[in-house]
Ligand binder design. Structure first.
Ligand code: PMV
Length: 324
């Protein structure tokens, strides 16, 4: 039996828009580099066993045909990768993938799922000891494979702060135990998937402008992380999140991920005098609040004042996948 855990990540510089690909090897590469923090408490656990046929379960339910096909395609691409040294492949697998966090909560399950699946399938092909070695000494191969399943999964293959520029992601040498308090305002599945969002991003008249600003923004963010300049860090991640949403909202056709509730919460947070946390938001209405100390009580009272109902998920910087 193979058991793998991997956590989702929250992007501070967003992957929003893909490069054209010419083959499966260069699938899902962002137009711009992205930078994220891998979480810890939220996890996908994947358990893999040999089986007479492929059977795949997600959160204890048989996977939809679409998910089943995507995962079988992932098994095939990984088998191909190791064909020379391990021609026997993975064989048929029974795969159980479970998330410990609520679905559609603004916590990207495809990143943690494909990171965990990749490690598990590789272990089914080359064995656990070799895969553990790869995870420790050369996670690039695994990150690059995970990316082909889902772009942002490349970053969940590593712990800490992670930058993803080309085929594979890399971990940054920054030790800063930041917290991510996720305010789940709505658990409704999003109307427009991020795959569709990546395509539409290129139609926004602001897309080119955003791209021109990103190299400097990433440099500044890396600098703020290195020097632990929390205020500077916060200004950058908020500017970036709002810009990604501006690109989405000006795409053709437009995508409105932010709800009225998200907008009210954002403007209240922006009006706070002493900022002990800063927000970022992925493709959905829920806010990730990044801080250096716990902020749950403060957030609860802000939500109370606004008469907003929300579930709060407390998370923090994590260390990357585990394999047993
Ligand atoms: O990996 P995808 O295709 O689900 O895209 C992720 C897109 C964002 O979460 C909005 C940004 C990011 O960099 O994670």
């Amino acid at each position: 039996m193979i058991k793998v855990t991997a956590s989702p990540n929250i992007a501070f510089i967003k992957y929003w828009g893909k490069k054209d690909s010419t083959s499966d090897e260069d699938r899902n590469i962002g137009v711009n580099p992205s930078l994220s923090m891998t979480l810890d408490v939220a996890k996908t656990t994947v358990v893999i066993e040999k089986s007479p046929r492929h059977s795949i379960y997600i959160d204890q339910k048989e996977a939809s045909k679409e998910d089943h096909d995507k995962i079988v395609q992932h098994i095939t691409r990984i088998e191909k990768m190791f064909q020379k040294t391990h021609p026997q492949g993975a064989g048929y697998l029974n795969i159980n993938s479970e998330n410990n966090f609520p679905p559609s909560a603004g916590i990207a399950s495809s990143a943690s799922a494909f990171a965990a699946l990749t490690v598990g399938i590789v272990a089914a092909i080359i064995g656990k000891p070799e895969t553990k070695k790869l995870l420790k000494t050369n996670p690039d191969t695994l990150s690059s494979l995970a990316r082909r399943g889902s772009g942002s999964a490349a970053r969940s293959l590593m712990g800490g702060f992670v930058k993803w520029e080309t085929l594979t992601a890399e971990s940054l040498n920054v030790q800063w135990p930041l917290l991510d308090t996720i305010v789940i305002l709505s658990s409704k599945a999003k109307d427009v998937s991020s795959s569709e969002g990546h395509k539409r991003a290129l139609t926004s008249p602001y897309f080119a402008e955003r791209q021109s600003k990103l190299p400097e923004r990433i440099r500044n963010l890396e600098n703020a992380l290195q020097t632990k300049d929390f205020e500077r860090f916060g200004q950058i991640i908020e500017e970036e999140a709002l810009e990604m949403h501006h690109v989405a909202e000006t795409s053709n056709p437009p995508i409105h991920y932010l709800s009225e509730d998200s907008k009210r919460l954002i403007s209240t947070i922006q009006g706070l005098k002493n900022r002990s946390f800063y927000f970022t938001i992925d493709a959905g209405p829920n806010l990730h609040l990044i801080s250096t100390k716990p902020i749950k009580e403060e957030i609860k009272s802000i939500l109370n004042n606004l008469k907003l109902d929300a579930v709060i998920w407390e998370d923090h910087l994590g260390t990357g996948p585990t394999l047993e």
